[in-house]
Design a protein around this ligand. Sequence first.
Ligand code: F6P
Length: 411
Amino acid sequence: MPPQDPHTPPLALVMVGLPARGKTYISRKISRYLSWLGYQTRVFNVGNYRRARLGAAQAHAFFDPTNAQGVEARRQLAMAALRDMLKWLKGGGQVGIYDATNTTGERRRLVLEECGKAGVQVVFVESICDSAVVEANIREVKLGSPDYVDMTPEEAADDFRARIAHYERSYEPLDDPELAYVKLIDVGRQVVVNGVEGYLCARLVFFLMNIHTDRRAIWLTRHGESEYNVQNRIGGDPELTALGKGYAKNLASYIQERVPKSQEFVLWTSTLRRTWQTAEPIGRELTQWRVLDEIDAGECDGMTYDEIRRERPEEFRARAEDKLRYRYPRGESYADVIQRLEPVIVELERQKRPVLVVSHQGIIRGLYGYLIGRPQEECPHIQVPLHTLIEMTPTAYGYEERRIKLGPELG
Ligand code: F6P
């Protein structure tokens, strides 16, 4: 769990930027990251309020700053989302992400005022992108938006460019030294920070410095079957079984077919032999990370689940009651594991090359939980079977997942 300071007010991250600058992409990334770290986090997207209340078919004229009716309708939608966010923060939420354009000083003052009245701290997050990033975003994300179901791609792209032009006419980039803000230029290429302080915000800035919008596959897998898996024993540093070695071969063929030798590739394992033995047949340079070692079962390391139940019944019961917080005597809890995985997450975000992580059940649960945006409570219960490769392909705002059973089948 994150450190809780009762004197720390709830936080609103207020997005700023023209349309197609990746605000929603960034909002969702922040939300996944903070939820996974244990903060109650939620995104309030004003575009969704518009689509829900007015339908999805507003042409660009709706966004014209000289269209008084449009301006008023948009103000009301923005206020409705803001009110909902403040209500949620008052009810125990910790970080609200206000995903809207907020491109005028006037709108930002209004947001600040409302947050101030509610005792909510505000940090603005502005996204500025060059035209190539914007065009790619229009093509890859916006044309698939519910706003454009009835238009050809060309009509939709033209309408969206006209929408951007309306916002450009009234856009005032952030430059008030009194405000706390983070300016992201080309999503992570350059980061400008002003007036941001505190543990959570500093951590967030570090995270934002490492994200980007390049798309590449991430593969996650447990090691092949080990001698301990067969005996139902936990921890240790056992060898692979013959079946486990079979999985290593199958995994190697699968990866080699998809990542040609000429392509750069990142291969991470833990320091335990069952993981690097699984990765070695791929024939690529690999990095062993100690932070990718399996959850430390402490005094229970090397025991079977049955032995723990019989010999340490109080431990067995305590773990069944709260698998996230339960800490093995002289070992770790899942909450500890999630904390130690944070550098891996940041490094995973930073990488622009395809990545394969060969690790262990508890660790893959933690990493996968992050990628699919699961809160901490759910991570210890995620199913991660042996001999199954999890393939995560980036989509507009997250990942599409495929689970590939590579065999050999286990008895
Ligand atoms: O059983 C294999 C294993 O990797 C153990 O080494 C580890 O303790 C366990 O899985 C983690 O799974 P769970 O938290 O469900 O016991």
